[in-house]
Design a binder for this molecule. Structure first.
Ligand code: SF4
Length: 122
């Protein structure tokens, strides 16, 4: 089955308009990109899109009650629900260091969930 998709590349502020031709779920051509990044972005976005997941987790005994967290890199969009389920089961103890691994290999994605802010003990 053939289909077409129109995307805007998010690789840089130019925001090139991408035209993607697909056949049987595979990308067969990409046009409109000004650099090779647009091609790889379109292929990933159309076949298995990825997103950076951001959330918060509770902190026990900290100056703040919640710590912001995010995945260290993008993870496949189809793992976001499983990752959020895992995040909801986590509680941290203060102090929390920015960059500390909160969940290693979150949802089996191969990517760690990390804290993004220092939280001192109360
Ligand atoms: S295709 Fe290249 S130049 Fe165009 S928006 Fe993407 S990264 Fe920027």
């Amino acid at each position: 089955m053939k289909e077409t998709r129109e995307l805007t590349c998010i690789g840089c502020p130019m925001g090139c308009a991408l035209h993607v031709e697909m056949e049987n779920g595979a990308v067969v051509s990409v046009s409109g990109n000004t650099c090779p990044h647009g091609q790889s972005y379109a292929e990933k976005e159309c076949v298995r899109p990825e997103r950076t997941l951001t959330s918060t987790v509770p902190v026990m005994g900290g100056a703040f009650r919640m710590a912001p967290v995010r995945t260290a890199k993008d993870i496949p969009e189809d793992l976001l629900f499983a990752a959020m389920k895992q995040i909801h089961s986590v509680k941290l103890n203060a102090p929390v260091k920015a960059g500390a691994v909160v969940i290693a290999n979150v949802a089996g994605s191969g990517v760690d969930l990390i804290a993004t802010r220092n939280i001192d003990a109360a």
